[in-house]
Design a protein. Structure first.
Length: 449
């Protein structure tokens, strides 16, 4: 273990005003529900050794100025295992969160279900999953901070089931615990760092960074902006002359010095926190998603393409972001900028079609307001999937097209030299998009004092 801290030490890392929930369970009856030999004695020794009477400590505390329900696991108590009493306490904590409209923070350090209680322990995972789902349905945020180790059912419910999953550096994180893995398994595959690289958690951080990071996330997820956000001001060209040719529009959108998504996000938000990964094994650096604070202190979610061909993991991450923002009632800003969806064999194997379909569905069914700004290339369905129906805007140095002019010329069996004529015929310029009612308007540059 790299993190031998106790449950209460973990709580002290994030809050100074923890109030524990009272629990008055009856003494254990014999050796538990399946009469595991010596279970009562082992339970008693764990209580004496740790000073706790179960493997989880539940209560409330203020983190980053946000009142929060906190669940922290004590690994020294039978490996932080989840038994019937653990499950009952977690259920009570979630019910308190819903009653008081509070977010939930879980600090797991657990080896999974308690074998001393057999299937009665394993069934607690269903209870945890149900309570978590009810809390999500109530529009309340859930954040997990994975400590060392977080394995088995604890990872598969408390950790992976949270809206945002953070982890302490070096923590073991995986479904398989260290004693049940294949003998030749690479231990590096079961780390927080590996889970981050494969899109299963959002960040790895040190204990010293935890309080500030957790406070930032809680403030962002609990203070939504109201109504649809206005599109950001254009940062690049301001010329919207109707005399601009289609090819010139494409050239401007592809210019290497044109402002990209990071510049727009930095100008629009005073603070940001990013989610990472699609929870299906992939990440896409060409899709940036997260939550940002506006100057009024309110939160807007964002999903932004960064000018590259969007990979399936990018579409899935954006869909994940929009679904989460929708559930929390946070308006969404999307920045459209891609030559199109990645179309290499790997992208097809990774499910490009289903990933794009999932994003189309997330956008189409979102109840929270969505605003989109086309800031560069708008290449076919890979760009349209991120565009808000009836609330998409464009900058002067952008274009949107059913297909790239060069590809359209090739399909039509035209020469490469005819792609400029094809670009005009596609009517892809910002002014064309406005005339065709594809966009609501063309945004201008920031107002100068």
């Amino acid at each position: 273990m790299t993190d031998p801290m106790t449950a209460r030490e973990a709580i002290a890392l994030v809050t100074d005003d923890f109030t524990e929930l009272p629990f008055t369970e009856a003494p254990l009856s014999g050796d538990g529900p399946i009469d595991w030999p010596g279970y009562a004695a082992a339970h008693g020794r764990a209580a004496t050794r740790t000073g706790e009477d179960e493997s989880v400590v539940c209560g409330t505390g203020t983190i980053g100025g946000v009142p929060t329900v906190v669940l922290s696991f004590e690994f020294g108590f039978l490996g932080g295992s989840i038994g019937e009493r653990t499950g009952a306490r977690a259920v009570a904590a979630h019910r308190l969160a819903r009653a008081r409209r509070l977010p939930v923070v879980v600090l797991p350090a657990t080896g999974g279900s308690r074998m001393h209680e057999g299937m009665r322990a394993l069934l607690q995972l269903q209870h945890l999953a149900r309570e978590s789902a009810l809390t999500r349905a109530a529009g309340l945020a859930q954040i997990a901070v994975l400590r060392d180790p977080t394995t088995g059912g604890g990872w598969a419910t408390l950790g992976a089931g949270s809206d945002v999953a953070l982890a302490l550096t070096g923590a073991q994180v995986g479904f398989a615990g260290s004693r049940v893995r294949p003998p030749d398994a690479d231990p590096a595959a079961y780390t927080a760092e590996a889970q981050l690289a494969h899109g299963h958690i959002d960040a790895v951080l040190t204990a010293g960074e935890l309080r500030a990071t957790l406070g930032r996330w809680l403030t962002l997820l609990t203070r939504p902006a109201e109504g649809p956000v206005p599109p950001p001001a254009a940062l690049g060209a301001t010329d919207t002359s109707p005399h601009l040719s289609g090819q010139e529009a494409v050239t401007r959108a592809r210019h290497p010095d044109r402002p990209r998504a990071p510049a727009y996000l930095d100008a629009f938000f005073s603070l940001r926190a990013e989610i990472s990964g699609d929870r299906c094994g992939g990440t896409d650096p060409g899709m940036t998603c997260g939550f940002g604070r506006r100057p009024d202190g309110r939160t807007v979610a964002y999903a932004a393409q960064c000018g590259t061909a969007t990979r399936p993991a990018g579409f899935r991450t954006a869909a994940r972001l929009i679904r989460l923002a929708d559930r929390l009632g946070i308006p969404v800003l999307t920045l459209v900028d891609t030559p199109g969806a990645a179309n290499d064999p790997e992208a097809e194997r990774d499910g490009a079609g289903p990933a794009i379909a999932a994003l189309f569905e997330a956008v189409a069914t979102a109840r929270t307001p969505l605003t989109s700004l086309l800031i560069g290339e708008g290449g076919s369905g890979g760009a349209l999937a991120l565009a808000a129906p009836d609330n998409t805007w464009a900058t002067p140095d952008s274009y949107f097209s059913v297909i790239a002019p060069e590809l359209a010329a090739a399909i039509l069996k035209r020469t490469p030299e005819e792609s400029a004529t094809t670009a005009d015929q596609l009517r892809l310029r910002p002014q064309d998009l406005l005339d065709l009612n594809v966009i609501r308007g063309i945004v201008r540059g920031p107002v100068r004092p």
